[in-house]
Design a protein around this ligand. Structure first.
Ligand code: HEC
Length: 163
């Protein structure tokens, strides 16, 4: 290879033209590792993964975050943990960040934890959950307080001061 060509390639590399995609992909894999860590320490699997809490966290990763048909029943009605893989699979990264920042749900979802996350952490969660693949696994719809759920549920009593 002639010296001129070598100088040309070196100049392109120095400009970041060649190394940029390499950096982007390693950022992506760092995000996935961090996203998994945030899901684990955020306790998201406890509710959004069927059987996770009951098995002491033994559910295989391939089955994480597919939602659950075990309801949470309280004065708010009965809620079911969303299939996060389907949800995140259907929206863009920026839609996810905006949604998580403004999220407010019925109990017992700790929506304030998502509101408090940094944009970088939310992006990491998005990339990790996307990497698991969007799996269809419909969870039952919300049941209003006066209706009896047809699924098993965990009963949440009113706090004593409200009763
Ligand atoms: C104590 C149980 C519990 C934990 C822990 C929990 N969630 Fe939830 N989550 C729920 C329930 C139940 C709903 C449905 C609430 C409703 O129907 O109003 C929900 C809803 C959501 C929604 C809204 C979905 C939609 O369709 O708008 C998002 C996003 C979400 N959870 C993400 C997370 C993440 C990320 C974590 C971990 C940081 C987490 N959740 C931890 C129970 C939980």
């Amino acid at each position: 290879m002639c010296a001129q060509k070598l100088i040309f390639i070196a100049a392109i590399m120095a400009s970041g033209f060649i190394s940029a995609p390499v950096q982007a992909s390693s950022q992506e894999s760092r995000d996935k590792v961090r996203g998994k860590y945030l899901i684990e320490i955020g306790g998201c699997n406890d509710c959004h993964t069927a059987g996770f809490a009951q098995s002491g966290g033994a559910t295989p990763e391939t089955d994480w975050l597919k939602g659950d048909s075990l309801g949470f029943r309280g004065p708010w009605g009965t809620t079911y943990p969303t299939n996060l893989r389907e949800l995140i699979g259907e929206i863009s990264e920026s839609e996810w960040v905006a949604k998580a920042k403004a999220l407010k749900t019925r109990p017992p979802m700790p929506w304030w934890a998502l509101n408090a996350m940094t944009e970088n952490d939310l992006v990491a969660i998005y990339r990790y959950v996307r990497s698991l693949g969007a799996v269809k696994n419909p969870v039952p719809a919300y049941v209003p307080p006066e209706k009896e759920p047809v699924t098993p549920y965990i009963q949440w009593p009113l706090p004593p001061e409200i009763n």
